[in-house]
Design a binder for this molecule. Structure first.
Ligand code: 13P
Length: 257
């Protein structure tokens, strides 16, 4: 009942030409694909060109970040309507790199989530703990804090538009992936927290896992009952490996293992 959603977070990678080549290759690979949503989150500079390139494909676009205000004197920032204008249906909000490197707080993340929903786009809300927090046994406490603030202003009627991404910070870009069991445990916690806020609507909200997702581990992660997709960094930069992740329902082969 939840359509899996596999998203590529390219972070600060790919110029326009590279992004277009990727989209061209991927769209051929996925032309007969059904039952999974595929999203690309390129740098802002590639969005305009990609809008045209993916128009007749099933690929959806996402912004990697956004400002909470509709417009104004915010040098260097991008608004939600600007993202919609270049074809975005999704916006990544509260990625741990935004939180850690650019000082985004739970309160700011909450304002962004509310603004994105109000504008009719879909936030991909990222949550996750540091290694230190996990080792101190504080994982659930941290997730609770992040979720309760970010979801505070979200009405139950808007909740199905949300996508959550559980991204343990210790697994991002480290090659160290949460085991399927650890991922499921955290996803279950997130689902239960969503149930507290939105009742049975929580069963329709997709929760992605992010953190060193690769062709070799996508199958076992996605087999978990509360893992509904992946938010992929490094392994999404190459169309072959991203496509192998999109085919998560096939057990890894010698080639992908
Ligand atoms: P990696 O897949 O490179 O670990 O990055 C994960 C991530 O941060 C996706 O948003």
């Amino acid at each position: 009942m939840r359509v899996p959603i596999i998203a590529a977070n390219w972070k600060m990678h790919k110029r326009v030409g590279e992004a277009l080549r990727f989209a061209e290759q991927l769209s051929v690979m996925i032309q007969d694909l059904e039952g999974v949503e595929v999203v690309l989150a390129p740098p802002f500079t590639a969005l305009g060109a990609l809008k045209e390139a993916v128009a007749s494909t099933p690929i959806e676009l996402a912004g990697q970040n956004v400002h909470a205000e509709p417009e104004g004197a915010f040098t260097g920032e991008i608004s939600i309507s600007m993202l919609a204008d270049v074809g975005c249906r999704y916006v990544i909000v509260g990625h741990s790199e935004r939180r850690q490197l650019f000082g985004e707080t739970n309160e700011l993340v909450a304002r962004k989530v509310a603004a994105v929903l109000k504008a009719g786009l879909r936030p991909i809300l990222c949550v996750g703990e540091t290694l230190e927090q996990r080792e101190a046994g504080r994982t659930f406490e941290v997730l609770e804090e992040q979720l309760s603030t970010a979801l505070d202003g979200v009405a139950e009627t808007q909740a199905t538009e949300l996508v959550l991404a559980y991204e343990p910070i210790w697994a991002i870009g480290t090659g160290r992936t949460a085991t399927p069991e650890l991922a499921q445990e955290a996803h279950k916690f997130v689902r239960e927290r969503l149930r507290k806020g939105f009742g049975t609507t929580a069963d329709r909200i997709r929760i992605q896992y992010g953190g060193s997702v690769k062709p070799s581990n996508a199958y076992s992660l996605m087999a978990q009952p509360d893992v509904d997709g992946a938010l992929v960094g490094g392994a999404s930069l190459d169309p072959e490996s991203f496509y192998a992740i999109i085919q998560f329902d096939r057990p890894p082969t010698e080639e992908t293992a």
